[in-house]
Design a protein around this ligand. Structure first.
Ligand code: HDD
Length: 719
């Protein structure tokens, strides 16, 4: 068992003790939960061989009762998720900004547990839904647990927590028929969104390819809200948190995501598990954008508005540390399902702002754990326990684990020697930022939150051509699934506020005309206000294009962990296969041999190669790239194999890198690719010819480029 990497032996032992792992050895026998050895785990106690079962059978009843209660309520949102253990290392001390211990000591290695999730679907739903992805990190620090509960998108749909239940009711399956599962493409979602223009910016993100990541390991994470760092002197800086994946930010194609949903609905979960299992530990760097307290009002948007990001051109992201995930959970339920995150799990040196969405979250997460995990003692579940001891006067409750000694459970006390003392005495405890609040009690939406469209346009303008095209198609798809014409029209009208061409492109496909409304609607108007004073508006962003918002500019120099399918049939050329396999594996990719049947596949020279998948058990959507080795007999076989040809066509449609060696090129010829333009030239299609001796090198470059999206503009592929 790999362990969380920690800074001392003692600490590792502590973590191990907390985890209460149960491993079975040969000298252990089956027992009941009371420790009674069980002789027969096959038969109920009966009155005679063929007689009725006896109620007396406490062993059977204990087993069945436990089974009957195995399920707990799934999370109301983010129900579908998977997680891993790892550690965080700090690059540089941040004492100037925060007194948080784990952000000051570069020698300290902080254990973490990270859970990725989709938002809308149930626990058993597909990983591949078009959705926001949750990105929750629990840092087990020396000052208690710190949870950074973020998403893979830096903004949110709504500005005030009061609207969260409405948003979630709208996106979840419709209540009359419980359809559709894990999908936003239905009437209630777009009804709500079309009446909530504050969601315009987030909708751009949700319709972009960010909502269909290639892998959890290839997506960014964001704290979303503006938080505060506080240093030893009590000085505060505003801070936005970013996680930047070292493998770059990459996405799937929408058609591919839909196919994968059927072929492998656990695709993201499996990908994370396999990567860690094979020692390819995913890594992210932690970045912060820091804003001086005095600059709070210098932006054209409000720092407290969670529908806004701070363009990196205005405030650069400083990279301060790195997170590595190096251990899969031992037990999904005990760890991934029972982990309880909470934006209110803070450490000294980090604090909230008054973002009204964040403020509401501070209530919701404890409340939800009570109903989901069933007890205020959820912090005692091993995965939720801090690595530092807990001392307080809280007692009892369902499933209490801690055995508190002594007769005092109150403070102040003299009988218990006054223990436990307030941490104030050693000046290391948590203190909220000393913020001046002097105001009237009101239910209001700040007018500084009314710019609903400025950053939606910034996001759209920052996308590359193909990203814009994907975004437009996603809107066409989603709104095309909406039955109500009024809702579609209202949505198209909102799009006119973001970009006229986008609105018209979407409208055309829906059989509508894009119309700019005279008065943009806004339903988030305080009850006693004049709606005219609260109209949605568009404030032009001072940054017109932000490179960081496009995936086009991401890291594209590695093929680490990329999955490459080798399409084979008996009689392939083993030199060709082995040469490519070696080159790809040396660059960090994973090669899988596909053949007509499982077992072994024989090369032309009679060598046996073990087969990983057959054409029946796998599909191109499970891979990043495809290679067809040389070989006369195998080529003839593949040309007659409809599944192999479909494999190639589909990979081509999804703009993947495809390479073929020598005779293998003939297989491409009869596929939709057709290889006619002097056998090469099309982006991401690499074929061997006497002139092209650098097949491996070019293929590696094409895979690292992730996808040749530009191919989409050339022609439609009917795979
Ligand atoms: Fe939330 C879970 C992220 C707004 C209420 N949320 C949850 C999870 C993530 C987020 C990643 C899954 C945690 C896990 O893996 O167990 N939520 C966000 C972000 C938000 C946000 C980034 C906005 C910036 N959430 C939000 C609001 C509310 C909630 C405004 C309620 C007022 N969220 C919850 C919850 C959940 C939750 C109901 C369900 C399960 C859980 O908390 O533990 O309390």
């Amino acid at each position: 068992m790999t362990k969380r990497k920690t800074n001392s032996k003692n600490e590792t032992q502590k973590i191990k003790d907390l985890e209460q792992h149960t491993e079975y050895s040969a000298d252990q026998f089956l027992t009941t939960n009371q420790g009674l050895p069980v002789n027969d785990n096959q038969n109920t106690l009966k009155a005679g061989d063929r007689g009725p079962s006896l109620l007396e059978d406490f062993i059977m009843r204990e087993k069945i009762t436990h089974f009957d209660h195995e399920r707990i309520p799934e999370r109301i949102v983010h129900a579908r998720g998977s997680a891993a253990h790892g550690f965080f290392e700090l690059y540089k001390p941040m004492g100037k900004y925060t007194k948080a211990g784990f952000l000051n000591d570069t020698k300290q290695v902080t254990p973490v547990f990270v859970r990725f999730s989709t938002v809308a679907g149930s626990r058993g739903s597909t990983d591949l839904a078009r959705d926001v992805r949750g990105f929750s990190v629990k840092f087990y620090t020396q000052e208690g647990n710190y949870d950074l509960v973020g998403n893979n998108m830096p903004v949110f749909f709504i500005q005030d927590a009061m609207k969260f239940p409405d948003l979630i009711h709208a996106v979840k399956p419709e209540p009359n028929n419980e359809m559709p599962q894990a999908a936003s493409a239905h009437d209630t979602f777009w009804d709500f969104i079309s009446l909530m223009p504050e969601s315009a910016h987030m909708i751009m993100w949700l319709m972009s390819d960010r909502a269909i990541p290639r892998s959890y390991r290839m997506m960014e994470g964001f704290g979303v809200h503006t938080f505060r760092f506080i240093n030893e002197q009590g000085k505060s800086h505003f801070v936005k948190f970013h996680w930047k994946p070292l493998l770059g930010v990459h996405s799937l194609a929408w058609d591919e995501a839909q196919n994968l949903s059927g072929k492998d609905p656990d695709f993201h979960r499996r990908d994370l598990w396999n990567a860690i299992d094979s020692g390819n530990f995913p890594q992210w760097e932690l970045g912060v954008q820091l804003i001086d307290e005095k600059d709070e009002h210098k932006f054209e948007f409000d720092l407290l508005d969670p529908t806004k990001l701070i363009p990196e051109e205005l405030v650069p992201v400083q990279i301060i540390g790195k997170m590595t995930l190096n251990r899969n959970p031992d037990n999904f339920f005990a760890e991934t399902e029972q982990v309880a995150f909470h934006p209110g799990h803070l450490v000294p040196g980090i604090d909230f702002t008054n973002d009204p969405l964040l403020q509401g979250r501070l209530f919701s997460y404890t409340d939800t754990q009570l109903s989901r995990l069933g007890s205020p003692n959820f912090h005692e579940i091993p995965i939720n326990r801090p690595i530092v001891p807990i001392h307080n006067n809280q007692r009892d409750g369902h499933m209490r684990q801690m055995i508190n000694k002594g007769n005092t459970s109150y403070e102040p006390n003299s009988l218990g020697g006054g223990c436990p003392f307030q941490a104030m005495l050693k000046k290391s405890g948590f203190a909220s930022f000393f913020e001046r609040i002097d105001s009237k009690k009101i239910r209001n939406r700040s007018k500084s939150f009314l710019d609903h469209f400025g950053q939606a346009t910034l996001f759209y303008n920052s996308q590359s051509l193909y990203e814009k095209k994907h975004l437009t198609n996603a809107l066409r798809f989603e709104l095309g699934k909406v039955k109500s014409v009024e809702i579609r029209q209202r949505m198209v009208n909102i799009l006119t506020q973001i970009d006229k061409v986008l609105a018209e492109d979407v409208a055309k496909c829906l059989g509508l005309k894009a119309m700019t409304p005279e008065q943009p609607i806004n339903h988030s108007v305080p009850a006693d206000a004049n709606p005219k004073d609260y109209q949605s508006k568009k404030v032009k962003s001072s940054v017109e294009v932000s490179n960081a918002l496009s995936m086009e500019t991401t890291i594209k120099n590695t093929i680490q962990t990329r999955q490459v399918a080798f399409l084979t049939a008996p009689g392939f050329n083993d030199v060709s296969l082995t040469r490519m396999k070696k080159a790809l594996e040396a660059a960090g990719a994973v090669v899988k041999i596909i053949a007509p049947a499982l077992g072994n596949v024989k090369s032309a020279s009679g060598k046996n190669f073990p087969v990983d998948e057959s054409y029946l058990t796998s599909a191109s959507v499970c891979f990043d790239a495809v290679f067809i080795p040389a070989g006369k007999a195998s080529t003839e076989d593949l040309k007659a194999n409809a599944d192999a040809i479909h494999f190639i066509n589909e990979a081509y449609k999804h703009c993947k890198a495809i390479a073929a060696d020598n005779e293998g090129v003939d297989v491409l010829r009869i596929s939709y690719i057709g290889v006619n333009k002097k056998d090469t030239g099309e982006s991401g299609i690499i074929t061997f010819s006497p002139k092209n001796s650098s097949l491996e090198k070019e293929f590696i470059r094409a895979i690292a480029n992730h996808r040749a999206w530009e191919r989409e503009t050339e022609r439609k592929v009917p795979a």
